[in-house]
Write a protein that binds this ligand. Structure first.
Ligand code: GDP
Ligand code: MG
Length: 294
């Protein structure tokens, strides 16, 4: 074909470039103390997509006393993923939790601010380092009742600046029936009050809209975390040993940890970043520009 220019190879060029550069994802964990936030972070790092190809060093996140951010590079088949996790101080220890969201919101805004400064600087870098929080995992106490007013208050503030994915912490403490009923009640509590991730937006095709709608019907994910291996049939798996047997963290029949992990680092990574950019960062930027009188 004479008129063939060959821009169909662009796709392959872009793919190669981005594979070479690698991927980055910034996640934040929020919730009351003792709900297993630090443990779940360790679980995410330990339970990688495929263990064999991983080159990263294991490490343990110290007990949270302030906002702490740690990065970890995971490599799979030559593709690098830098996973950065921000662990926030748990709330709920104090009798008075007024404004306990403030340091969290401030941290998120600070990252927007850094990005904004880089973006508006005259000597702008070719690639702006992106520390913006792409996703916030909000830990819900496994009470089996409803959301607490503190959770609603907190998330109401968070959903203005970050993608929220609610999770039921330590869901091994609930029976399967309790879990389903709790999930249903939480969805009711969230539905008219809080914007959770994923969202249905214009950039999505039909399939993606269908997937996101389905995910929304499964939220919040009932997760179990563990940073220890236990032996199941002679094989070492991440799990928790209980009096009644072993809860396997990565077994879909035992909990929804893998649903969460796959969504974060397999199916929705790019969308989390895009929504952060065009929705949350954009509204921050707009507000900032208008208050500057620009
Ligand atoms: P954080 O304060 O939210 O960071 O909570 P930690 O990760 O420090 O966990 C607090 C305690 O809960 C530890 O003893 C963990 O072993 C335990 N824990 C963590 N995840 C789970 C879970 O999924 N199920 C159960 N039953 N216990 C958990
Ligand atoms: Mg902790």
């Amino acid at each position: 074909l004479e008129s063939y220019v060959g821009f169909d190879t662009i796709q392959e060029q872009i793919r190669k470039k981005s594979l070479k550069r690698g991927f980055e994802l910034n996640i934040m964990v929020v919730g009351a103390s003792g709900l297993g936030k630090s443990t779940l972070v360790n679980t995410l790092f330990k339970a990688k997509l495929s263990r064999a190809s991983c080159i990263s060093q294991p490490f343990v996140i110290p007990k949270t006393v302030e906002i702490k951010t740690v990065s970890h590079v995971i490599e799979e088949k030559g593709v690098r993923l830098r996973l950065t996790i921000t662990d926030t101080p748990g709330f709920g220890d104090q009798v008075n939790n007024t404004n306990c969201w403030e340091p969290v919101i401030e941290y998120i805004h600070d990252q927007f601010d850094h990005y904004y400064r880089e973006e508006s600087s005259t000597y702008r870098k070719a690639r702006i380092p992106d520390t913006r929080v792409h996703c916030c995992l909000y830990f819900i106490e496994p009470t089996g009742h409803r959301l607490k007013s503190l959770d609603l208050e907190f998330m109401k503030r968070l959903d203005k600046c970050v993608n929220i994915i609610p999770v039921i912490a330590k869901s091994d403490t609930l029976t399967l029936e309790e879990r389903e009923a709790f999930k249903r009640r939480i969805r009711e509590d969230l539905s008219h009050n809080i914007n959770t991730y994923p969202i249905i937006h214009d950039e999505l095709d039909e399939d993606e809209v269908r997937t996101n709608t389905k995910i929304k019907e499964q939220l919040p994910f009932a997760v179990v975390g563990s940073d220890r291996n236990v032996s199941v049939g002679g094989k070492a798996v991440l799990g928790r040993k209980t009096r009644w047997g072993v809860i396997e963290v990565e077994n879909k029949n035992h909990c929804e940890f893998t649903l969460l992990r796959d969504m974060l680092i397999k199916t929705h990574m790019q969308d989390l970043k895009e929504v952060t950019d065009f929705l949350h960062y954009e509204s921050y930027r707009r507000e900032r520009c208008s208050s500057n009188g620009e």
